[in-house]
Design a protein. Structure first.
Length: 476
Protein backbone atom coordinates (compact mmCIF):
# COMPACT_ATOMS: atom_id res chain seq x y z
CA UNK A 1 0.00 0.00 0.00
CA UNK A 2 1.26 3.52 -0.82
CA UNK A 3 2.15 5.54 2.33
CA UNK A 4 -0.49 8.17 1.51
CA UNK A 5 -3.11 5.45 1.04
CA UNK A 6 -2.11 3.87 4.35
CA UNK A 7 -2.35 7.21 6.13
CA UNK A 8 -5.77 7.76 4.57
CA UNK A 9 -6.97 4.37 5.76
CA UNK A 10 -5.90 5.12 9.35
CA UNK A 11 -7.59 8.49 9.16
CA UNK A 12 -10.84 6.90 7.93
CA UNK A 13 -10.69 4.37 10.75
CA UNK A 14 -10.19 7.15 13.32
CA UNK A 15 -13.08 9.16 11.88
CA UNK A 16 -15.43 6.19 11.76
CA UNK A 17 -14.46 5.01 15.24
CA UNK A 18 -15.48 8.42 16.60
CA UNK A 19 -18.80 8.50 14.76
CA UNK A 20 -21.70 8.11 17.14
CA UNK A 21 -24.32 5.40 16.85
CA UNK A 22 -24.59 2.28 14.77
CA UNK A 23 -23.56 3.95 11.51
CA UNK A 24 -20.00 4.54 12.65
CA UNK A 25 -19.68 1.04 14.10
CA UNK A 26 -21.05 -0.62 11.00
CA UNK A 27 -18.89 1.48 8.69
CA UNK A 28 -15.74 0.70 10.68
CA UNK A 29 -16.54 -3.01 10.66
CA UNK A 30 -17.09 -2.86 6.89
CA UNK A 31 -13.76 -1.10 6.36
CA UNK A 32 -11.91 -3.71 8.41
CA UNK A 33 -13.75 -6.48 6.56
CA UNK A 34 -12.80 -5.06 3.17
CA UNK A 35 -9.19 -5.14 4.33
CA UNK A 36 -9.63 -8.79 5.28
CA UNK A 37 -9.11 -8.02 8.93
CA UNK A 38 -12.53 -8.23 10.49
CA UNK A 39 -13.29 -10.44 13.49
CA UNK A 40 -16.44 -12.46 14.04
CA UNK A 41 -19.44 -10.12 14.06
CA UNK A 42 -20.56 -9.29 17.57
CA UNK A 43 -17.39 -10.56 19.22
CA UNK A 44 -14.14 -8.87 20.18
CA UNK A 45 -12.54 -12.29 20.63
CA UNK A 46 -10.63 -13.35 17.49
CA UNK A 47 -10.96 -16.99 18.62
CA UNK A 48 -14.73 -16.88 19.09
CA UNK A 49 -16.42 -19.94 17.57
CA UNK A 50 -17.34 -19.43 13.92
CA UNK A 51 -19.57 -21.39 11.59
CA UNK A 52 -17.86 -23.13 8.64
CA UNK A 53 -19.17 -22.96 5.08
CA UNK A 54 -21.16 -26.20 5.46
CA UNK A 55 -21.78 -28.98 7.96
CA UNK A 56 -18.34 -30.36 8.88
CA UNK A 57 -17.29 -33.97 9.15
CA UNK A 58 -14.71 -33.04 11.80
CA UNK A 59 -14.49 -30.23 14.32
CA UNK A 60 -10.87 -30.76 15.44
CA UNK A 61 -7.67 -31.90 13.75
CA UNK A 62 -4.42 -33.50 14.90
CA UNK A 63 -1.63 -33.30 12.34
CA UNK A 64 1.34 -35.59 13.06
CA UNK A 65 4.36 -34.34 11.12
CA UNK A 66 7.16 -36.88 10.76
CA UNK A 67 9.89 -34.43 9.82
CA UNK A 68 12.60 -35.53 7.42
CA UNK A 69 10.54 -37.94 5.31
CA UNK A 70 10.03 -41.58 6.33
CA UNK A 71 10.45 -44.20 3.62
CA UNK A 72 7.03 -45.20 2.32
CA UNK A 73 8.68 -48.25 0.70
CA UNK A 74 9.68 -49.56 4.12
CA UNK A 75 6.49 -48.64 5.99
CA UNK A 76 3.32 -48.35 3.90
CA UNK A 77 3.81 -49.23 0.22
CA UNK A 78 5.18 -52.77 -0.29
CA UNK A 79 7.09 -53.27 -3.54
CA UNK A 80 8.25 -56.86 -4.09
CA UNK A 81 9.02 -55.81 -7.67
CA UNK A 82 12.12 -54.06 -6.37
CA UNK A 83 13.81 -57.43 -5.96
CA UNK A 84 13.94 -57.86 -9.73
CA UNK A 85 16.03 -54.69 -10.05
CA UNK A 86 18.17 -55.18 -6.93
CA UNK A 87 21.64 -53.70 -7.42
CA UNK A 88 20.83 -52.47 -10.93
CA UNK A 89 20.37 -49.01 -12.40
CA UNK A 90 17.05 -48.14 -14.00
CA UNK A 91 16.93 -47.23 -17.71
CA UNK A 92 17.18 -43.53 -18.50
CA UNK A 93 13.64 -43.56 -19.88
CA UNK A 94 12.34 -44.05 -16.32
CA UNK A 95 14.62 -41.58 -14.54
CA UNK A 96 15.09 -38.66 -16.92
CA UNK A 97 12.49 -36.43 -15.24
CA UNK A 98 13.32 -37.27 -11.61
CA UNK A 99 14.18 -34.50 -9.16
CA UNK A 100 16.95 -35.88 -6.95
CA UNK A 101 18.73 -34.06 -4.15
CA UNK A 102 21.92 -36.10 -3.72
CA UNK A 103 22.05 -39.25 -5.84
CA UNK A 104 22.43 -39.68 -9.60
CA UNK A 105 19.63 -41.11 -11.74
CA UNK A 106 21.77 -44.22 -12.31
CA UNK A 107 21.93 -45.07 -8.58
CA UNK A 108 21.30 -48.74 -7.84
CA UNK A 109 17.89 -50.05 -6.80
CA UNK A 110 17.58 -51.13 -3.13
CA UNK A 111 14.74 -53.52 -2.21
CA UNK A 112 13.18 -53.19 1.22
CA UNK A 113 14.26 -55.68 3.85
CA UNK A 114 10.91 -55.37 5.58
CA UNK A 115 8.18 -57.97 5.81
CA UNK A 116 4.71 -56.66 5.04
CA UNK A 117 1.56 -58.11 6.57
CA UNK A 118 -2.14 -57.59 5.87
CA UNK A 119 -4.19 -56.12 8.73
CA UNK A 120 -7.86 -55.86 9.60
CA UNK A 121 -10.85 -56.68 7.47
CA UNK A 122 -9.53 -54.35 4.79
CA UNK A 123 -6.31 -56.33 4.40
CA UNK A 124 -4.26 -53.13 4.15
CA UNK A 125 -0.53 -53.88 4.23
CA UNK A 126 1.92 -52.45 6.76
CA UNK A 127 5.54 -53.34 7.43
CA UNK A 128 6.80 -55.20 10.47
CA UNK A 129 8.22 -51.92 11.75
CA UNK A 130 4.71 -50.49 12.37
CA UNK A 131 2.52 -53.38 13.58
CA UNK A 132 0.58 -51.21 16.04
CA UNK A 133 -0.37 -48.67 13.39
CA UNK A 134 -1.22 -51.64 11.16
CA UNK A 135 -3.65 -52.88 13.82
CA UNK A 136 -5.68 -49.68 13.14
CA UNK A 137 -5.89 -50.43 9.40
CA UNK A 138 -9.68 -50.36 9.28
CA UNK A 139 -9.67 -46.80 10.64
CA UNK A 140 -6.95 -45.56 8.26
CA UNK A 141 -7.27 -44.12 4.77
CA UNK A 142 -3.88 -44.62 3.11
CA UNK A 143 -2.89 -42.28 0.26
CA UNK A 144 0.03 -43.83 -1.64
CA UNK A 145 0.29 -41.32 -4.50
CA UNK A 146 1.08 -38.04 -2.81
CA UNK A 147 3.31 -35.77 -4.87
CA UNK A 148 5.01 -32.42 -4.47
CA UNK A 149 7.20 -30.05 -6.49
CA UNK A 150 9.63 -29.60 -3.60
CA UNK A 151 12.53 -32.03 -3.25
CA UNK A 152 14.40 -30.32 -0.39
CA UNK A 153 13.21 -30.27 3.19
CA UNK A 154 12.42 -26.66 4.06
CA UNK A 155 10.57 -25.88 0.82
CA UNK A 156 8.75 -29.22 1.12
CA UNK A 157 7.67 -28.52 4.69
CA UNK A 158 6.54 -25.01 3.77
CA UNK A 159 4.50 -26.32 0.84
CA UNK A 160 2.89 -28.96 3.05
CA UNK A 161 1.94 -26.54 5.82
CA UNK A 162 1.47 -23.19 4.08
CA UNK A 163 0.71 -24.06 0.44
CA UNK A 164 3.80 -22.37 -1.03
CA UNK A 165 7.55 -22.97 -0.84
CA UNK A 166 8.37 -19.44 0.37
CA UNK A 167 8.39 -18.10 3.91
CA UNK A 168 5.69 -15.76 5.20
CA UNK A 169 2.38 -17.57 4.58
CA UNK A 170 0.01 -18.81 7.30
CA UNK A 171 0.13 -22.39 8.50
CA UNK A 172 -2.79 -24.74 7.89
CA UNK A 173 -3.39 -24.66 11.67
CA UNK A 174 -3.65 -20.88 11.54
CA UNK A 175 -6.13 -21.07 8.65
CA UNK A 176 -8.28 -23.52 10.62
CA UNK A 177 -8.22 -21.37 13.77
CA UNK A 178 -9.03 -18.30 11.64
CA UNK A 179 -11.94 -20.08 10.00
CA UNK A 180 -13.43 -21.87 13.00
CA UNK A 181 -12.20 -20.08 16.09
CA UNK A 182 -11.74 -22.25 19.16
CA UNK A 183 -14.08 -24.10 21.49
CA UNK A 184 -11.59 -23.81 24.35
CA UNK A 185 -11.84 -20.78 26.61
CA UNK A 186 -8.56 -21.37 28.43
CA UNK A 187 -6.23 -22.90 25.82
CA UNK A 188 -5.03 -21.62 22.43
CA UNK A 189 -6.90 -22.58 19.27
CA UNK A 190 -3.71 -23.90 17.64
CA UNK A 191 -1.12 -25.78 19.70
CA UNK A 192 2.25 -27.26 18.67
CA UNK A 193 3.93 -30.18 20.45
CA UNK A 194 7.43 -31.28 19.50
CA UNK A 195 9.71 -34.26 20.08
CA UNK A 196 13.04 -35.28 18.58
CA UNK A 197 14.98 -32.78 16.52
CA UNK A 198 13.34 -29.52 15.53
CA UNK A 199 11.14 -29.75 12.44
CA UNK A 200 12.20 -28.67 8.97
CA UNK A 201 11.41 -24.99 8.26
CA UNK A 202 11.22 -24.42 12.02
CA UNK A 203 8.59 -22.11 13.47
CA UNK A 204 7.51 -21.09 9.97
CA UNK A 205 5.28 -24.18 9.80
CA UNK A 206 3.12 -22.87 12.63
CA UNK A 207 3.38 -19.17 11.78
CA UNK A 208 0.26 -17.05 11.34
CA UNK A 209 1.94 -15.30 8.38
CA UNK A 210 -0.22 -12.31 7.42
CA UNK A 211 -3.20 -13.49 9.48
CA UNK A 212 -3.74 -11.70 12.81
CA UNK A 213 -1.33 -12.89 15.48
CA UNK A 214 -4.11 -14.56 17.49
CA UNK A 215 -3.96 -17.44 15.00
CA UNK A 216 -0.28 -18.28 15.41
CA UNK A 217 0.50 -21.74 16.80
CA UNK A 218 1.47 -21.82 20.47
CA UNK A 219 4.36 -24.20 21.07
CA UNK A 220 4.44 -26.20 24.28
CA UNK A 221 7.98 -26.97 25.45
CA UNK A 222 9.03 -30.46 26.51
CA UNK A 223 11.20 -29.34 29.47
CA UNK A 224 10.56 -26.80 32.22
CA UNK A 225 7.38 -24.78 32.04
CA UNK A 226 5.49 -25.98 28.94
CA UNK A 227 4.95 -22.34 28.04
CA UNK A 228 7.40 -19.63 29.07
CA UNK A 229 6.19 -17.57 32.04
CA UNK A 230 3.11 -19.72 32.60
CA UNK A 231 4.10 -19.64 36.28
CA UNK A 232 4.04 -16.34 38.17
CA UNK A 233 7.38 -15.20 39.62
CA UNK A 234 7.81 -15.17 43.39
CA UNK A 235 5.80 -12.46 45.08
CA UNK A 236 3.20 -12.11 42.30
CA UNK A 237 -0.23 -13.37 43.34
CA UNK A 238 -3.12 -14.16 41.00
CA UNK A 239 -4.99 -11.15 42.41
CA UNK A 240 -2.11 -8.79 41.63
CA UNK A 241 -1.76 -10.32 38.15
CA UNK A 242 -5.50 -9.84 37.53
CA UNK A 243 -5.40 -6.19 38.61
CA UNK A 244 -2.41 -5.49 36.37
CA UNK A 245 -4.12 -7.11 33.38
CA UNK A 246 -7.30 -5.12 33.99
CA UNK A 247 -5.32 -1.89 33.79
CA UNK A 248 -3.52 -2.97 30.61
CA UNK A 249 -6.84 -4.04 29.07
CA UNK A 250 -8.41 -0.65 29.79
CA UNK A 251 -5.47 1.15 28.15
CA UNK A 252 -5.55 -1.15 25.13
CA UNK A 253 -9.32 -0.69 24.79
CA UNK A 254 -8.89 3.08 24.68
CA UNK A 255 -6.28 2.71 21.96
CA UNK A 256 -8.52 0.34 20.04
CA UNK A 257 -11.31 2.93 20.07
CA UNK A 258 -8.91 5.50 18.65
CA UNK A 259 -7.33 3.43 15.88
CA UNK A 260 -9.61 0.47 15.12
CA UNK A 261 -6.46 -1.67 14.77
CA UNK A 262 -7.59 -5.34 15.04
CA UNK A 263 -4.14 -6.32 16.31
CA UNK A 264 -5.06 -4.54 19.55
CA UNK A 265 -8.11 -6.80 19.91
CA UNK A 266 -5.82 -9.76 19.36
CA UNK A 267 -3.46 -8.42 22.03
CA UNK A 268 -6.26 -7.98 24.57
CA UNK A 269 -7.56 -11.47 23.86
CA UNK A 270 -4.07 -13.01 24.11
CA UNK A 271 -3.43 -11.43 27.52
CA UNK A 272 -6.75 -12.72 28.82
CA UNK A 273 -6.09 -16.18 27.39
CA UNK A 274 -2.61 -16.23 28.92
CA UNK A 275 -4.11 -15.52 32.35
CA UNK A 276 -6.62 -18.36 32.00
CA UNK A 277 -3.87 -20.69 30.75
CA UNK A 278 -1.95 -20.20 34.00
CA UNK A 279 -4.78 -22.11 35.66
CA UNK A 280 -5.60 -24.57 32.88
CA UNK A 281 -2.15 -25.74 31.74
CA UNK A 282 -1.01 -27.43 34.98
CA UNK A 283 -4.20 -29.51 35.00
CA UNK A 284 -3.77 -30.39 31.33
CA UNK A 285 -0.30 -31.78 32.00
CA UNK A 286 -1.31 -33.73 35.10
CA UNK A 287 -1.85 -37.33 34.02
CA UNK A 288 -2.77 -38.42 37.55
CA UNK A 289 -6.42 -38.90 36.65
CA UNK A 290 -5.64 -41.02 33.60
CA UNK A 291 -6.33 -44.75 34.15
CA UNK A 292 -3.26 -46.97 34.33
CA UNK A 293 -4.30 -48.92 31.23
CA UNK A 294 -4.39 -45.69 29.19
CA UNK A 295 -0.87 -44.73 30.25
CA UNK A 296 0.29 -48.23 29.35
CA UNK A 297 -1.51 -48.06 26.01
CA UNK A 298 0.56 -45.01 25.00
CA UNK A 299 3.78 -46.23 26.62
CA UNK A 300 4.06 -43.26 28.99
CA UNK A 301 7.31 -43.48 30.93
CA UNK A 302 8.87 -46.01 28.59
CA UNK A 303 11.82 -45.30 26.33
CA UNK A 304 12.66 -44.53 23.61
CA UNK A 305 9.20 -43.10 22.93
CA UNK A 306 8.20 -41.34 26.17
CA UNK A 307 8.33 -37.76 24.82
CA UNK A 308 6.37 -38.63 21.67
CA UNK A 309 3.90 -40.75 23.67
CA UNK A 310 3.34 -37.87 26.07
CA UNK A 311 2.55 -35.57 23.15
CA UNK A 312 0.09 -38.06 21.66
CA UNK A 313 -1.77 -38.28 24.96
CA UNK A 314 -1.66 -34.49 25.31
CA UNK A 315 -3.15 -34.18 21.83
CA UNK A 316 -6.14 -36.26 22.89
CA UNK A 317 -6.56 -34.25 26.09
CA UNK A 318 -6.39 -31.01 24.11
CA UNK A 319 -9.10 -31.90 21.61
CA UNK A 320 -11.23 -33.03 24.56
CA UNK A 321 -10.84 -29.49 25.89
CA UNK A 322 -11.78 -27.85 22.60
CA UNK A 323 -8.40 -27.02 21.06
CA UNK A 324 -9.16 -26.75 17.36
CA UNK A 325 -5.85 -27.79 15.78
CA UNK A 326 -2.97 -29.72 17.36
CA UNK A 327 0.30 -30.19 15.51
CA UNK A 328 2.74 -32.88 16.62
CA UNK A 329 6.24 -32.66 15.15
CA UNK A 330 8.69 -35.53 15.43
CA UNK A 331 12.03 -36.11 13.75
CA UNK A 332 14.45 -36.65 12.29
CA UNK A 333 13.73 -39.25 9.54
CA UNK A 334 16.26 -37.85 7.05
CA UNK A 335 18.15 -41.12 6.63
CA UNK A 336 20.51 -40.86 3.68
CA UNK A 337 22.56 -43.61 5.30
CA UNK A 338 21.96 -46.35 7.89
CA UNK A 339 18.28 -46.31 6.99
CA UNK A 340 17.48 -49.72 8.47
CA UNK A 341 19.03 -48.88 11.82
CA UNK A 342 17.69 -45.34 12.08
CA UNK A 343 14.21 -46.02 10.74
CA UNK A 344 13.82 -48.95 13.11
CA UNK A 345 14.59 -46.67 16.06
CA UNK A 346 12.13 -44.03 14.88
CA UNK A 347 9.43 -46.65 14.39
CA UNK A 348 9.94 -47.90 17.94
CA UNK A 349 9.31 -44.32 19.06
CA UNK A 350 6.17 -43.58 17.04
CA UNK A 351 4.39 -46.87 16.29
CA UNK A 352 2.77 -47.68 19.61
CA UNK A 353 1.78 -44.14 20.70
CA UNK A 354 0.33 -43.28 17.28
CA UNK A 355 -1.89 -46.35 17.34
CA UNK A 356 -2.80 -45.60 20.96
CA UNK A 357 -3.98 -42.12 19.96
CA UNK A 358 -6.33 -43.55 17.30
CA UNK A 359 -7.66 -46.24 19.65
CA UNK A 360 -8.09 -43.83 22.55
CA UNK A 361 -9.97 -41.29 20.42
CA UNK A 362 -12.18 -44.06 19.07
CA UNK A 363 -12.99 -45.52 22.49
CA UNK A 364 -13.99 -42.08 23.75
CA UNK A 365 -16.21 -41.37 20.74
CA UNK A 366 -13.87 -38.61 19.55
CA UNK A 367 -12.48 -40.15 16.37
CA UNK A 368 -15.60 -39.35 14.35
CA UNK A 369 -15.16 -35.65 15.07
CA UNK A 370 -11.34 -35.55 15.12
CA UNK A 371 -9.33 -35.74 11.91
CA UNK A 372 -5.90 -37.34 12.39
CA UNK A 373 -3.31 -36.76 9.64
CA UNK A 374 0.10 -38.49 9.40
CA UNK A 375 2.27 -36.45 7.06
CA UNK A 376 5.77 -35.77 5.80
CA UNK A 377 7.20 -33.36 3.25
CA UNK A 378 7.99 -36.12 0.72
CA UNK A 379 9.11 -39.74 0.63
CA UNK A 380 12.19 -41.81 -0.24
CA UNK A 381 13.58 -43.16 -3.49
CA UNK A 382 13.66 -46.84 -4.48
CA UNK A 383 17.33 -46.23 -5.32
CA UNK A 384 20.00 -46.51 -2.65
CA UNK A 385 22.22 -43.71 -1.47
CA UNK A 386 25.66 -44.89 -0.40
CA UNK A 387 28.30 -42.18 -0.04
CA UNK A 388 30.96 -44.54 1.32
CA UNK A 389 31.45 -48.27 0.96
CA UNK A 390 31.82 -48.73 4.73
CA UNK A 391 28.35 -47.25 5.40
CA UNK A 392 24.98 -48.94 5.31
CA UNK A 393 22.84 -47.37 2.58
CA UNK A 394 19.99 -44.94 2.88
CA UNK A 395 17.47 -43.44 0.46
CA UNK A 396 17.33 -40.00 -1.15
CA UNK A 397 14.40 -37.53 -1.21
CA UNK A 398 11.51 -38.52 -3.44
CA UNK A 399 8.67 -36.00 -4.04
CA UNK A 400 7.05 -37.80 -7.00
CA UNK A 401 5.11 -40.41 -5.03
CA UNK A 402 4.96 -41.02 -1.30
CA UNK A 403 2.48 -42.11 1.33
CA UNK A 404 0.42 -40.23 3.89
CA UNK A 405 -2.60 -41.40 5.82
CA UNK A 406 -5.66 -40.00 7.56
CA UNK A 407 -8.02 -41.40 10.18
CA UNK A 408 -11.38 -40.28 11.58
CA UNK A 409 -13.08 -36.99 10.85
CA UNK A 410 -15.17 -38.28 7.95
CA UNK A 411 -12.41 -40.16 6.13
CA UNK A 412 -12.81 -43.69 4.73
CA UNK A 413 -11.15 -46.18 7.04
CA UNK A 414 -9.70 -49.33 5.48
CA UNK A 415 -9.24 -47.72 2.06
CA UNK A 416 -6.13 -47.26 -0.09
CA UNK A 417 -6.18 -44.27 -2.44
CA UNK A 418 -3.91 -44.30 -5.48
CA UNK A 419 -1.48 -46.81 -6.91
CA UNK A 420 2.24 -46.57 -7.62
CA UNK A 421 4.26 -48.53 -10.17
CA UNK A 422 6.00 -51.82 -9.40
CA UNK A 423 9.04 -50.16 -7.85
CA UNK A 424 7.41 -47.12 -6.19
CA UNK A 425 9.01 -44.66 -8.57
CA UNK A 426 5.94 -42.96 -10.04
CA UNK A 427 2.17 -42.86 -9.48
CA UNK A 428 0.11 -44.75 -12.04
CA UNK A 429 -3.39 -44.15 -10.67
CA UNK A 430 -5.02 -41.48 -8.52
CA UNK A 431 -2.32 -38.82 -8.08
CA UNK A 432 -2.88 -36.56 -5.06
CA UNK A 433 -1.04 -33.26 -4.86
CA UNK A 434 -0.22 -31.58 -1.55
CA UNK A 435 -2.81 -28.90 -2.40
CA UNK A 436 -5.39 -31.66 -2.91
CA UNK A 437 -4.65 -32.98 0.57
CA UNK A 438 -5.05 -29.48 2.02
CA UNK A 439 -8.34 -28.96 0.17
CA UNK A 440 -9.62 -32.29 1.49
CA UNK A 441 -8.60 -31.54 5.08
CA UNK A 442 -10.40 -28.19 4.93
CA UNK A 443 -13.44 -29.92 3.39
CA UNK A 444 -13.58 -32.33 6.35
CA UNK A 445 -13.61 -29.28 8.64
CA UNK A 446 -16.49 -27.69 6.73
CA UNK A 447 -14.71 -25.35 4.31
CA UNK A 448 -14.66 -24.78 0.59
CA UNK A 449 -10.91 -24.24 0.27
CA UNK A 450 -11.41 -21.67 -2.52
CA UNK A 451 -13.55 -19.49 -0.27
CA UNK A 452 -11.54 -19.63 2.96
CA UNK A 453 -9.59 -16.50 2.06
CA UNK A 454 -7.91 -13.47 3.57
CA UNK A 455 -7.28 -10.18 1.79
CA UNK A 456 -3.63 -9.16 1.95
CA UNK A 457 -1.66 -6.74 -0.22
CA UNK A 458 -4.68 -6.12 -2.39
CA UNK A 459 -5.76 -9.67 -3.21
CA UNK A 460 -7.38 -12.71 -1.62
CA UNK A 461 -5.01 -15.46 -0.44
CA UNK A 462 -5.89 -19.04 0.45
CA UNK A 463 -4.05 -22.10 1.77
CA UNK A 464 -4.20 -23.97 -1.52
CA UNK A 465 -2.73 -21.02 -3.47
CA UNK A 466 -4.21 -21.43 -6.99
CA UNK A 467 -4.65 -25.21 -6.98
CA UNK A 468 -6.24 -28.00 -5.03
CA UNK A 469 -9.26 -30.25 -5.36
CA UNK A 470 -11.19 -32.29 -2.82
CA UNK A 471 -10.24 -35.97 -3.15
CA UNK A 472 -13.60 -37.69 -2.75
CA UNK A 473 -12.00 -41.15 -2.52
CA UNK A 474 -10.56 -40.11 0.85
CA UNK A 475 -14.01 -39.31 2.26
CA UNK A 476 -16.37 -41.83 3.81
Amino acid sequence: MHPFEEAGTVARRRFLSRCSGALGTAALAHLLGVEGRGAQPGSADPLAVREPHFAPRAKNAILIYQSGAPSQLDLFDPKPGLAKWAGQALPESLTKDLKLAFIKPNAKIMPSARTFKRHGESGMQFSDWVPHIGSCADDICMVRTMHSEAFNHDPGALLLFTGVTQFGRPSIGSWVAYGLGSESSDLPGFVVLGSGNGPNAGANIWSNGFLPSAYQGTRFRSVGDPILYVSNPDGITSELQRARLDTIRDLNSQRLQMTGDPEISARIASYELAFRMQIAVPGLLDFGAEPKHVLELYGIGEEPGHAYATNCLLARRMVERGVRFVMLTNGDWDDHKDLDKRHEKNCRIVDRPTAALIRDLKERGLLESTLVIWASEFGRTPMAQMDRQDEDPGRDHHPDCFSMWLAGGGTAGGRVVGKTDDIGLKPVEGKVHVHDLQATVLHCLGFDHENLTYKHQGRDFRLTDVGGRVVNQILS
